[in-house]
Structure formats: structure tokens, C-alpha cells
Ligand binder design. Structure first.
Ligand code: SF4
Length: 180
């Protein structure tokens, strides 16, 4: 049985109003996990590795993350696609990422019951994260990174029927919410 807001008749309209451009559902046993995705986090191209509780190694081991997802049977996958001036438009990418974070935060607020909410690249909720010296200040609003859980986002998007890469003049970000 789907939980609110997924069971709502207005769900599609709500997702659109939140600013998402794509969404779909997958069974969690269809999700492709790979340890290599975690290895890419360790290379730290995004600069978030070891910075907050939302990214490795703070999210737990690869095996723990996989088990946390598979404890739920279904997942909503959602994305935001944002136009860029060209493929070097770093400002446009950052702006798109901010918009995606805002949309994800608003979706997260609507959820009830038991779920696991994953989003994109780290956590900027606090001026200075407590990691690794003390527990997260706001664990209920924490949304760990999809990649940090070892998930192949390209495969995830495909399973949910979403476009992974629209064009060189756009950037897309993805999140996921596992639920019962
Ligand atoms: S909510 Fe605050 S303490 Fe928790 S991971 Fe994010 S920045 Fe760190």
C-alpha cells in the first residue's frame, strides 16, 4: 500500500508544483548497487566526502546502505532538469542544484510514516556540520546522497522510466524515497 503523498490523486500535480520534471516508481530489488560508485565518492570530485553525515563514510558502509534501501519494497525516484547556457555553465549547474535541493526539502516535509529519503550531494543544513564529532543535529530532515549509498543513478533513472541526460545544455539531479 502506498503512503501519503504517493497515494494522493493530486500526486502528479504536486510533484510538478514542487518543481520536479520527472518521477517514477521502482521495486527496490531492481535497484543496481555497485561498490565502485562508493569508490567514486572517495575520489571526492564533489568535495563532500567525509564532510557531513549525508555522504560516505558518515552514511555507513556500502553493505549497510544497501540493506537500509532493501528493507523497503518500493521507491519513488524523482528528478529536476535545469537549462544551462552551455556545458561549461558552472553557475547554472549550481543554481539548478539549489533549486533541486529546495524541491527535495519541500517533498521531504510532506512525507509521513516510515521511509528512507535520499537526495543529492551532501548536506548544507547547518553552517558547520557536527560530523564526525557528534550526532547529526537534524536526523529527521537528513537526506543522504543517492550515490553515497552506492546506487548507479543512470540505471536507477532507467528503471523508473526517467531521462538521465536530456542534452549538453541541461543538467539533471536525482533523488529517491524508499517506502512501504
Ligand atoms: S543536518 Fe547539520 S549536522 Fe546533520 S548532516 Fe546536515 S549539516 Fe551535518
Amino acid at each position: 500500500m502506498r503512503q501519503y503523498p504517493f497515494e494522493s490523486d493530486d500526486f502528479d500535480a504536486d510533484m510538478k508544483a514542487l518543481g520536479f520534471t520527472g518521477w517514477g516508481f521502482v521495486d527496490t530489488d531492481q535497484i543496481v548497487f555497485r561498490p565502485e560508485v562508493r569508490h567514486m565518492c572517495e575520489v571526492n570530485r564533489c568535495g563532500q566526502y567525509g564532510k557531513t553525515w549525508a555522504c560516505p563514510p558518515g552514511v555507513g558502509t556500502y553493505e549497510e546502505c544497501r540493506a537500509k534501501c532493501l528493507a523497503f519494497p518500493r521507491a519513488l525516484v524523482f528528478s529536476g532538469c535545469y537549462e544551462l547556457e552551455d556545458c561549461f555553465d558552472a553557475e547554472g549547474m549550481a543554481e539548478g542544484h539549489r533549486k533541486f535541493e529546495d524541491s527535495s526539502r519541500e517533498l521531504h516535509k510532506k512525507l509521513t510514516g516510515e521511509y528512507l529519503f535520499l537526495s543529492n550531494e551532501g548536506c548544507r543544513n547547518c553552517p558547520k556540520c557536527t560530523y564526525p564529532d557528534a550526532p547529526c543535529r537534524f536526523p529527521e530532515t537528513l537526506s543522504p546522497s543517492v550515490e553515497g549509498y552506492g546506487i548507479m543513478v543512470f540505471e536507477l533513472a532507467k528503471s523508473a522510466g526517467l531521462v538521465y541526460h536530456k542534452s549538453s545544455q541541461s543538467v539533471s539531479y536525482f533523488g529517491m524515497c524508499c517506502f512501504r
